[in-house]
Design a protein around this ligand. Structure first.
Ligand code: NDP
Length: 402
């Protein structure tokens, strides 16, 4: 009997609600809360229609620790799944500590006024969660999340020691808009305009954003795409937890139209995070831009094509050099058919549900603050196979990478 409280009724929250309803034997009561309850109610209606399961709804400002704690007390869940924005991570963790409830998220804390995401703020909660006998699971989305599990799974089953890691995130989906983001536009643009950092010989090396690209041919006819090296948060935890890594890089695909628009928007100041005064009112340019762009949750019906996200790892197996590629392919329209969302929300929401399920069933329950790769990857990888995100391992793939 597990009550789960999901906070955040955006694209990802919608998928988590559907997937928890599909696992109603584990999640016997589902409560969805967000800044606007009407968004929760719309999702609850979908879930009711599809599975005849009731999702209870509530309104909460998760920036407010007391309000969030009061909601948690009223709902009395076993755990909170935080799929609001990274800005709310610390306030929700504080509310969980105050009420004695486990915590899970999919993105690390980011201070609203600095476009830099780091784990240090959340790692600082280690002792408080451990002392309270509570678990905080960090980064249970796709990247971070599944990509950390792919790395952990390969390290466990394919290698004695891992030396290089390339995470390759290709979105071959087309929504037909000249410019739109697949998840929260503010978070997405802050991420892709940040300087690139990759791990090389024991330290992070900084290079200008989008300054290195290569072409990548995805398996199973997903297509060939330009992928760009960029910083992504899982590099910080993976290089810490796999000290044998000599190099770790993250690559993401971008279309020419997306990059052209982003460059122009950046040049005219529309991606800025500093408030500007317009006719007596302070406006943050990137937040105004978000209001103009399509809501990521609305892209579902019009996005066609597939995502292909995976990890290429090299290292030693039985003393000899070895290389392996573990990937998942996800079809936007199939996701839409199942949960009324496109694949980016789907690939994030499914691992969030899986992490929550492994905590709820106590296969993973362990006091403290943990990045997902610190847990045993096997039950997670097993769940992925039959939760809509099947994966494949290719040993010694023949493609070349920079
Ligand atoms: P959305 O913007 O679609 O949804 C965020 C939701 O949180 C919205 O419903 C929003 O409310 C709500 N919210 C925002 N602020 C508050 C607040 N103060 N109190 C309560 N609710 C609040 O984002 P996504 O669903 O695309 O992303 C959700 C999370 O998932 C983000 O943290 C994102 O970084 C992460 N993510 C992780 C990925 C991964 O692979 N690890 C990939 C994609 C996303 P409102 O509707 O009123 O704005």
């Amino acid at each position: 009997m597990t009550t789960v409280l999901i906070i955040g009724a955006g694209g990802v929250g919608q998928v988590v609600a559907h997937k928890c309803a599909q696992n109603a034997d584990t999640f016997t009561r589902i409560v969805l809360a967000s800044r606007r309850e009407e968004k929760c109610r719309a999702i609850a209606r979908q879930v009711k229609e599809k599975y005849a399961i009731t999702v209870e709804t509530a309104e909460v400002d998760a920036d407010n620790v007391q309000a969030t704690a009061a909601l948690i007390r009223a709902v009395n869940p076993k755990l909170v799944v935080n799929v609001a924005l990274p800005y709310q991570d610390l306030s929700i963790m504080d509310a969980c500590l105050e009420t004695g409830v486990h915590y899970l998220d999919t993105a690390n804390y980011e201070p609203p006024d600095t476009a830099r995401f780091e784990y240090k703020w959340q790692w600082a909660y280690q002792d408080r969660f451990a002392d309270a006998g509570l678990m905080a699971l960090l980064g249970s989305g796709f990247d971070p999340g599944a990509t950390n599990m792919f790395t952990a799974y390969l390290a466990k089953h394919q290698f004695d020691e891992i030396h290089t890691l390339d995470i390759i995130d290709v979105n071959g989906g087309d929504h037909g808009y000249p410019f739109a983001t697949n998840f929260n536009p503010e978070i997405n643009i802050r991420e892709v305009t940040a300087e690139c950092r990759h791990w090389e010989d024991g330290q992070f090396v900084t290079t200008p954003a989008m300054s290195l690209k290569q072409s990548f041919a995805c398996p199973e006819d997903v297509g060939t795409y330009n992928i760009y090296r960029m910083y992504h948060e899982e590099l910080e935890s993976l290089t810490r937890h796999y000290p044998s890594l000599r190099r770790a890089q993250f690559w993401m695909s971008f279309g020419d139209s997306y990059l052209k628009h982003l460059e122009v928007l950046g040049n005219v100041g529309m991606t800025g995070i500093e408030p500007i005064n317009y006719e007596g009112r302070d406006i943050v340019p990137i937040q105004f831009l978000k209001a103009l762009l399509p809501d990521p949750a609305s892209l579902g019906p019009r996005t066609h094509g597939k995502t292909c996200i995976g990890c290429v790892v090299t290292g030693l197996r039985e003393g000899k050099p070895h290389r392996a590629y573990l990937y998942n392919i996800c079809d936007h329209q199939q996701c839409y058919g199942e949960v009324s969302s496109q694949a980016i929300s789907y690939t994030t929401g499914v691992p969030a549900m899986i992490g929550a399920k492994l905590m709820a069933t106590e296969q993973w329950l362990r006091p403290g603050v943990w990045n997902i790769e610190q847990l045993d990857p096997d039950p997670f990888m097993q769940e992925m196979q039959h939760s809509g995100l099947p994966w494949t391992v290719v040993e010694n793939p023949t493609f070349d990478l920079l």
